[in-house]
Design a protein around this ligand. Structure first.
Ligand SMILES: *Cc1c(COP(=O)(O)O)cnc(C)c1O
Length: 404
């Protein structure tokens, strides 16, 4: 095999450890390459129904509608804003870091007034600030509260259970909207138990598909509010997508290949078992974080997330000391060791690297990734604790040992 973009041959496989896009399993690749179908083919309806049913099962909802878009996560973000909020209406976006801020900027660009709570990167949502903003809103002008489950930039996961309780205790009618782009399929989630009204996701993270599908799960309350919202919209409009006809559900031709892929990916998740998938993610995250903790003993790097329990099951963000160029590290890891990891976002561009450990991964792939990163750290002469791989193996071995 030659590299698509150069004459250089890459022996073996390059390991993809970005926190999205992630490795696409062979069964999904095979589904992606199926021939498109005419829009009256009943197999297409079956695929769409399987995608909707599978996502609903994974999301923990029987009642909500799932609207799928030929779009990335930003598209699903835009759909949520466009349907729930009219110009000059207010949304509260709980500060988590780069991703809450990006969603806020998008909402502002669409003419919505955004209330933000302050955040410190690497720490969880300041619930006291959220409560203060909601309490002060005695006129109930805030239409919705947007919450990012895991901020993929800092690798920090937020508790979701407190929001519904808070809204109910304050008798505040705002909708509760959750972004699970980085977590669905990696962390347990239950839309109905959480009392979330809208949930937003995308295909290319723990759902093991290429980028290209975004979705919104919408409960009856959120749908009713969207029906009253006069804001102009068309492609994103949930009302237009509530139909039994596949053609209408997608506001035109369905993104068929992506739907075939998602159907296959959801099939893999249910075949492995949701509990097993989540446990595997927990173990791979623990192994990664054991390695990073060991490397950090060299004094040249540290976890960005300062709360060990809040460190993400999907991605680990590592801040490097001044003088170390993490993008050079990524380059060496990718080109010399065939391990692709991610860099820093926003204020952390050029200051950190991120290891994705979500989706279609097994212990050997993770160890390959960690070894490649350690190799690149060694090439650069960065001081690290040398126990990294050993500790990762210990975590994996413990998880593989039948409990007595
Ligand atoms: C990746 C991500 C997004 C954005 O998704 P895109 O497909 O890149 O537009 C939104 N939210 C979270 C939490 C993410 O991790």
């Amino acid at each position: 095999m030659t590299h698509r973009y150069s004459d250089q041959r890459i022996p073996g496989n390059r390991l993809l450890h970005s926190p999205g896009p992630t490795h696409v399993p062979e069964a999904v690749q095979n589904a992606l390459r199926r021939q498109p179908m005419d829009l009256g083919d009943p197999r297409l309806d079956e695929t769409i129904a399987a995608c909707e049913a599978g996502l609903k099962r994974l999301l923990g909802t029987r009642e909500a509608d799932v609207f799928l878009y030929a779009a990335n996560g930003h598209g699903a973000w835009e759909a949520t804003i466009a349907n729930l909020l009219d110009t000059d209406q207010k949304v509260l976006i709980a500060g988590t870091g780069h991703f809450s801020e990006s969603w806020a900027i998008q909402a502002e660009a669409m003419g919505v007034e955004v209330l933000r709570t302050p955040y410190v990167e690497g720490y969880t949502i300041d619930m006291a600030s959220v409560e203060a903003v909601l309490r002060a809103d005695t006129g109930h002008e805030i239409v919705a509260v947007f919450v990012v489950h895991t901020d993929t930039a800092s690798g920090t996961t937020n508790e979701l259970a407190g929001f519904r309780r808070m809204l109910d205790e304050l008798a505040h009618p705002a909708l509760y909207v959750v972004d699970v782009v980085a977590t669905l399929g990696a962390v347990a989630f239950d839309m109905e138990a959480l009392g979330a009204n809208v949930v937003v996701g995308a295909s290319q993270k723990a759902l093991m598909c290429p980028p290209g599908l975004g979705f919104c799960a919408v409960d009856a309350k959120a749908f009713a509010l969207s029906e009253r919202n006069p804001a102009p919209r068309f492609y994103w409009d949930w009302r237009k997508r509530k139909s039994e006809m596949s053609y209408r559900k997608f506001c035109g031709t369905p993104p068929q290949s992506m739907l075939f892929g998602l159907e296959a990916a959801l099939g893999l998740i249910f075949l492995e078992g949701v509990e097993a998938v989540l446990a595997r993610h927990r173990t791979l995250a623990n192994a990664t974080q054991a390695a990073v903790a060991a490397w950090s003993e060299g004094g040249a790097m540290q976890f960005l997330c300062k709360i060990p329990e809040a460190r993400s099951v999907s991605v680990t963000s590592v801040l490097v000391s001044p003088g170390i160029n993490p993008d050079e590290l990524r380059h060496i890891a990718r080109e010399q060791f065939q391990v692709a990891i991610a860099g820093g976002l926003g204020p952390f561009a050029g200051r950190m690297f991120r290891i994705g450990h979500l989706g279609d991964l097994n212990p050997a792939m993770l160890l390959g990734c960690l070894a490649g990163v350690e190799g690149a750290l060694t090439v650069m002469g960065i001081p690290i604790g040398r126990e990294g791989l050993h500790r990762a193996i210990q975590v994996l071995a413990r998880a593989a040992t039948p409990s007595g």
